[in-house]
Design a protein around this ligand. Sequence first.
Ligand SMILES: [Zn+2]
Length: 218
Amino acid sequence: MVIDLHNHTLFSYDGKHTAYELADNACSCGIDVLGISDHQFTDGFDFGEYIKQLRKIRQEFSNRCEIKIGLEVGTRPKPDDFLAKSMSKSLDYCLFESLDSDKGMDFFEFVEWRRLLSCKVGLAHTDIFKLEEKYGIDILAVLKKEEIFWEINTSGNYTYYYDFITNSQKRERVSKSGITLSVGSDTHRLYELNLNKLISANELVCSLGNPVLFSRGR
Ligand SMILES: [Zn+2]
């Protein structure tokens, strides 16, 4: 079972493909669950149109692979309030990005946001161990309690990925915490997609024994 829940289409200012192209590629590569997670802050981003098009693609590909409708919420600057009201019902999940950045949203403010949303909510490319140092609290316990999943991002842009795969103590803590995990390639251009790395990351999260987001149609 291979999931990839972090992908960008032309709806993102930095995405280079249509959702159809991404879905078609995912099916040919043997990706079982593909999540589209465009940036909500892109100029001219039309949330209604986004949902409409992704539902169409989900229907079109229903016999080949499972498409999930997500959104990547920028936290630098903070999102608009309209999002919380409009997005929960239409989304399968949303990713809040880079909470470990100095310019990112405060973690406790993020938890308040999380409580407003009825869809699944996760942290994208965020080093949760860095957050622990910053706030001096057990972040894993908060993620578990607030039902927030954690993304293993395979794009190569974030060092926490390498740190996590080579640090057995961190892997053990995550495993014991029981938090839900996801895997995302953060693809903006298809040639960047490293399929072998994506597959390894999926194997890693399965080996930890934690629930994996949407892995069994959840
Ligand atoms: Zn992204």
